[in-house]
Design a protein around this ligand. Sequence first.
Ligand code: NAD
Length: 497
Amino acid sequence: MEVISHFIDGKKFTKSDSRKSKVFNPATGEQIAEVELGSKEVIDLAVESSAKAFLKWSKTTPITRARIFTKYKELLVKNMDELAELVSKQHGKTIPDAKGSIQRGIEVVEYVTGITSSLKGEHSSNVGTNVDSHTLRQPLGVCAGITPFNFPAMVPMWMYPVALACGNTFILKPSEKDPSCPVRLAELALEAGFPAGVLNLVNGDKEAVDALLEHKNVQAISFVGSTPIAEYVYHNGTKNNKRVQALGGAKNHMVIMPDADVDKTTDAIIGSAFGSAGERCMAISVAVCVGKNTNEKIKNNLLEKTSKLNVGPYTDEKSDFGPLSSKPHYEKVLGYIDSGEKEGAKLLSDGRNFKKQGYENGYFVGPTIFDDVKPEMKIYKEEIFGPVLSMMTTNTYEEALNLVNEHELGNGAAVFTKSGNIAKHFTENAKIGMIGVNVPIPVPVAYHSFGGWKRSLFGDHSIHGPDGVRFYTKLKTATVTWVEDNAGPEFTIPVLS
Ligand code: NAD
């Protein structure tokens, strides 16, 4: 059986006596590999390697770093098929879905090929007589990233390209559920020309995360995962004086106005609620219809289209979405459907007994739709992270907006309408980090920043784009004058009184 190891200091690193965890193909339920779980000792080695690499890497010019990223981008594109296969085999998503997500990661790499512009400082002449001021953005040192199972390529690429381009070195701790693609990304980085130690990877679980949170030479932590762990990482990281950005879970609403185009809206719901089996932090999981008529029209159209969806393994090109990623998660999602039924929501489409011939042990759940969901129900309050849509109906737009704003999570939300006024009002008043107007999954592109509000993000910075550069750099301001020898006091600066 394949054993997936770490990647430290430019080579695979194995510690044969380490704890291991099983890696599965979720479409078949078969174990396909095991992954080593890094201990504190392994983290110490990785930090030592990253700290050593930082001494030289931080002194390279931004254009040198950008050129290596250009080469890296070419390698990622060239190896796209292999990378997508690694993602799909261990996560379960379809190949087009896997490729789409890798492409979004590559766009961050493309963004940082222009890092020279982002690292330019500001300059003010004559802040005093013969005195100028300018700012510098300098790297932090060794940074670390902890990533979730649902995007094993894209989410790591939200982090390390920006960190490295800013002159930091980086340790990636990917999800232990689907670690092979991240390891390959690290190998390709070495091939592209990043020196050994600039990008290290340690596989693992809580033990490795805790070791990173406690290590005195780790300066910053980026985390993406569930809200309870995001909160834990934020508090423990900041307690140890690290800069932390911790992105958590989501419950994304789509508000559907009576004037929304029924066909386009239901197509958008199908893609965003069931695509990737609902395992997206930007998935729409709540459809709020304004008015009973809207609910009727959307519901009927949705049920008709949902019945035509193909659920199956990534190896079948006809599959619209695949299985859930692991058995415990599969059981958790089934538990939520049971709970919704018990709490009195109307189950319009039940994905619990879905079986795929030849894949009876796979973790498949069919598209599931509840109507008449109420705010106090568990299926509304909590993130399900599966192909389960909750439908609700309100009498007015204000009530719908209120639902969005009262929810404790605030990653994304969309409004579907033909009214510019409603769209503007929603964009300005929804307490949410990423808004879609007639766009169901409003994931910001690489040169904007990604991040939620409320309990969907702990910390002050969103990820990638300009906020990513701010997160991975420290601001310095220099005030400068040049005085000729014996020229006397020829400069003045404003004095605080
Ligand atoms: P998770 O929180 O279980 O795990 C995320 C990472 O934390 C993994 O690397 C894991 O090894 C580590 N981890 C798990 N338990 C830990 C513990 N007790 N202590 C320390 N570290 C621990 O999340 P997941 O199940 O892998 O991913 C799904 C979640 O991620 C969903 O909630 C989803 O919404 C969220 N997510 C959020 C975003 C976003 O941008 N906001 C993006 C993708 C996924």
